[in-house]
Every structure is written in structure tokens, then in C-alpha cells.
Design a binder for this molecule. Structure first.
Ligand SMILES: NC(=O)c1ccc[n+]([C@@H]2O[C@H](COP(=O)([O-])OP(=O)(O)OC[C@H]3O[C@@H](n4cnc5c(N)ncnc54)[C@H](OP(=O)(O)O)[C@@H]3O)[C@@H](O)[C@H]2O)c1
Length: 345
């Protein structure tokens, strides 16, 4: 098993050890065997693949699919061994998750949801967060939330989150409504908010943006979460940038214009084509999920989809070996210095 406390300098070696333990010929056939990990100090046993119930897909509700199809998608994920579901009051999918989990033992799933507490409304932020918690319990049809998170906390809102909202939520925790408390980033390219949160002893989990063209969490966040035993959930791994070729092309044009990337990347018809080969990935989305999954310090990779075929592919990608070493080295050399690419909301 990989040593999660290892310093960054030994990461490449550790990822290669993980690679050596895979049966490279047969991994595709083993997608039914979910892998689980312990989510930091929560001690919760969670699947390494977590179903994101928000993003642009919102389980398909954002792309025109019915509520019944969305419920079926959650059940499909559960059948494949996914036990962590990340939703939010703002997504409008809590009731979908609630309907889907009715048919399974409550303790077999880890439900993460979130309260959005924008500043500037008349009632206190703490009251609004507690009201949101009570609404979430109703929407989900459950007595408790496993991980209750504050949603998209900007660095400037962090003091209020820690000093006013968290104490109120911890009182609700004493009543049994919450098991663990978490916080999620807003667009925060330097991870300012999370880097403070992991040291404060209040939050059990953090949700962080990390992907092939925005890699700085590996140096700025994961060493801190590992040292403090904070569980990590990844967001933005594919998003638009790796699911819509025109969005990737636009991001590369922007960063070549600013001199951060070689010009040839903006002109290439398939700029990440080097990742697609027999020993590598079959699609860019697969490469994106495999790239992040084996990073030391990453616990759960959230994937958002409304498409049953994508769901199967994404679970398979997250259970697949790391990308080949040469591909990982190329991604780090080409893009390791970029910050804040593709964080669209
Ligand atoms: N601040 C926050 O708290 C915050 C912010 C962002 C996200 N999140 C959480 O993180 C989760 C993941 O969000 P994300 O939007 O960043 O998800 P993602 O998994 O990075 O990307 C999802 C997008 O990629 C498409 N896609 C998924 N699998 C694909 C595949 N195999 N091939 C091609 N396209 C594919 C999806 O469309 P299809 O429906 O067509 O598959 C969707 O548009 C969210 O659901 C949410 O739970 C939290």
C-alpha cells in the first residue's frame, strides 16, 4: 500500500509502485471491483470514485434527463460499488439521491451535501446554514448527513465560516444531525481558503480543484491535508475543459498568448493526443480521471455525469492503473506550472 505521508519528491516512485501492482493486461475486465479508502480522520470507508450530483450535468437533470433517469443513475453507481454521493442544496438533486438511497441500508452510503451561505442577507449566516441543514435532511429523507459542507467558501468569507457558521453547525452535530464537517473551494486558484482550513482543526474534509492543467494542489494542499489527516474530495477533474474540445482549445490559446505555453499547443488539432495510445488512455476524460486518482493525498475523485455510459467509463478509469510514467512526466513538464485553468462555474 502507498505511504500517504510520503514527501512530494518520492511521489513518482510511489505511483510506479502502484502501477507495478496492476495486472496491465486485464485491468479493464476488473472494473466491477471497487476500491475503497479511509477518508482522513473521519475514518469513513469510502469508494475512490464518488458520484458528483452537481456540476453542469446534475445527474442528467441539467442536460434534459428525467428525475427517474437520475434516480436510476445513482442506483447504477451504487451497484458498481460507489458509496459516496456528493450533492448540495443548490444542485436540486438531494431529493433524487434521497429516492435512490431508500432502497439500500442507510449505513451503506456516505452522503455529502452542502449549504450555500452567501453574505449580505438579513438573517445571520449561522441561522441560514442550520436552516439549510434541516432542509437537506428533509430533501434527502434521512436523519443525518455524513459530511455537511459549506459550499464554495471564498477566501474573504472564510473567517465568518469558521467563527460564526461552524460553531452553530457543531451544535447541530451534537444533536446527531451531522457526522462530519467539510468545506469546499470556490474559484480559488492558489487554494488560499483550503490552506487555512486544513490547519484549523474544525473541518474533517476539504473539496479541492485538481486536474491535468491545474496541478498546484499537489504541492500546496495535499501535503497539508495528509499531515492533518483531512479527507480530500476532488472536483473539476474533467468539467468542461476535458469534455468539450473547443473549451480545451480556447484555454490553450489563452495560455499560449500569455507566453505560458509553447505556441505549437494552440495550433495542434489534438493537443493532448499523446495521451491516447495502446498502453495509455482511450479518451481524454479517461486520462483526466487516471491522472488525478493516484496522486498521494487524493482520497475521493468526484465525477459528474448524467450519462450511464459515461458513468461506467468513469468508474473504469478511476479503477485503472496510473497513466504511464512518460505521459505523466509530459503532463507535468508541459502544464505543471499553470494555475487556475478551466475553473469555470
Ligand atoms: N465548489 C463546489 O462545491 C463544487 C464545484 C464543482 C463541482 N463540485 C462537485 O464535484 C462534482 C464533479 O463536478 P465536475 O463538474 O467538476 O465534474 P467532472 O466529472 O469534472 O465533469 C463533468 C462533465 O464532464 C462530462 N463527462 C463526464 N464523464 C465524461 C466522459 N466519460 N466522457 C465525456 N464527458 C464526460 C459530463 O457530462 P455528461 O453528463 O454528458 O457525462 C459533465 O459535463 C460535482 O458534481 C459536484 O458534486 C463541487
Amino acid at each position: 500500500m502507498m505511504d500517504r505521508r510520503a514527501p512530494a519528491s518520492t511521489r513518482a516512485v510511489l505511483v510506479d509502485e502502484a502501477l507495478a501492482s496492476y495486472d496491465m493486461e486485464n485491468w479493464v475486465d476488473r472494473i466491477s471491483v471497487m476500491q475503497y479508502t479511509i477518508l482522513g480522520r473521519t475514518g469513513l470507508k469510502v469508494s475512490v470514485a464518488g458520484l458528483g450530483c452537481g456540476g453542469f450535468s446534475r445527474l442528467g437533470r441539467g442536460t434534459g434527463r428525467s428525475e427517474a433517469e437520475a434516480v436510476a443513475l445513482v442506483c447504477q453507481a451504487h451497484d458498481l460499488g460507489v458509496n459516496l454521493f456528493d450533492t448540495a442544496a443548490a444542485y436540486g438533486t438531494e431529493s433524487v439521491v434521497g429516492r435512490a438511497i431508500k432502497s439500500v441500508p442507510r449505513e451503506s452510503v456516505v452522503i455529502a451535501t452542502k449549504a450555500l451561505v452567501p453574505p449580505g442577507e438579513s438573517r445571520s449566516a449561522a441561522d441560514r446554514a442550520v436552516q439549510s441543514l434541516d432542509d437537506s435532511l428533509r430533501q434527502l429523507g434521512t436523519d443525518y448527513i455524513d459530511i455537511f459542507q459549506l459550499h464554495g467558501v471564498a477566501p474573504g468569507a472564510y473567517d465568518e465560516a469558521r467563527d460564526i457558521i461552524a460553531p452553530a453547525l457543531l451544535r447541530e452535530r451534537e444533536k446527531g444531525k451531522i457526522r462530519f464537517l467539510g468545506v469546499t473551494e470556490f474559484v480559488d486558484p492558489e487554494h488560499e481558503m483550503v490552506r487555512r482550513a486544513v490547519e484549523d482543526g474544525v473541518w474533517d474534509t476539504v473539496m479541492v480543484a485538481f486536474h491535468m492543467l491545474h496541478q498546484n494542489a499537489s504541492a500546496k494542499v495535499f501535503p497539508l491535508t495528509m499531515a492533518n489527516r483531512i479527507g480530500t474530495l476532488l472536483m473539476f477533474v474533467v468539467r468542461n475543459i476535458f469534455s468539450k474540445p473547443e473549451r480545451l482549445a480556447a484555454a490553450l490559446r489563452e495560455r499560449t498568448a500569455s507566453g505560458e505555453l509553447p505556441r505549437r499547443l494552440a495550433d495542434a488539432p489534438n493537443p493532448l493526443g499523446f495521451l491516447i495510445h495502446e498502453r495509455g488512455a482511450r479518451t481524454i476524460a479517461e486520462a483526466a480521471y487516471r491522472f488525478v486518482r493516484h496522486e498521494p493525498g487524493v482520497d475521493v475523485v468526484l465525477f459528474g455525469t448524467g450519462d450511464p455510459q459515461h458513468l461506467r467509463e468513469n468508474v473504469a478509469a478511476l479503477l485503472a492503473p496510473p497513466l504511464p510514467l512518460a505521459d505523466r512526466q509530459t503532463l507535468t513538464k508541459l502544464f505543471g506550472h499553470l494555475i487556475g485553468v478551466g475553473l469555470d462555474t
